[in-house]
Design a protein around this ligand. Structure first.
Ligand code: HEM
Length: 83
C-alpha cells in the first residue's frame, strides 16, 4: 500500500481526484485503467473486493491522509524500506 499510495499521490495530487480514481478503480479493477501496469504484470490484477463505493471512498480518503511509513512501522522496519 505504501507503493500504491506513492504512485497515486504522484498521479493525483488533489485529494478529490485521488479518492475518485482509487475508489472507482478498486470497485472494478481492470488492467486497462491501471496506473501501475508493471505491478499488474508482476502480481496479476488484484481481486474484486465486495465493498460499496462509499466505503471505498472512505478507504481512499484514509490512504490519502495516512503516511504509513511514519504512522505504521509494521513488524520490522526492513519491510518498509523502498526497493
Ligand atoms: C480496501 C482494500 C484495498 C484497496 C483500497 C486497494 C487498492 C489498490 C490500488 C489503488 C492498487 C493500484 C491500482 C492500479 O494498478 O492503478 C492496488 C494494487 C494491487 N492490489 Fe490492492 N487494494 C486493496 C486490497 C487488496 C487485497 C486484499 C489484495 C490481495 C489479496 C490486493 C492486491 C493488490 C495487488 C497484487 C496489486 C498490484 C497489481 C494491480 O495493480 O492490480 N489489494 N490496490
Amino acid at each position: 500500500m505504501v507503493k500504491v499510495r506513492e504512485n497515486y499521490l504522484r498521479a493525483f495530487p488533489k485529494k478529490e481526484d485521488f479518492i475518485a480514481y482509487m475508489s472507482t478503480w478498486v470497485s472494478d479493477p481492470k488492467e486497462e485503467t491501471s496506473i501501475m501496469l508493471w505491478a499488474v504484470k508482476k502480481y496479476k490484477l488484484m481481486p474484486y473486493l465486495h465493498y460499496d463505493l462509499d466505503s471505498l471512498k472512505e478507504i481512499a480518503a484514509y490512504v490519502y491522509e495516512t503516511n504509513f511509513e511514519k504512522e505504521h512501522k509494521g513488524h520490522t522496519n526492513i519491510s518498509l524500506q523502498s526497493k
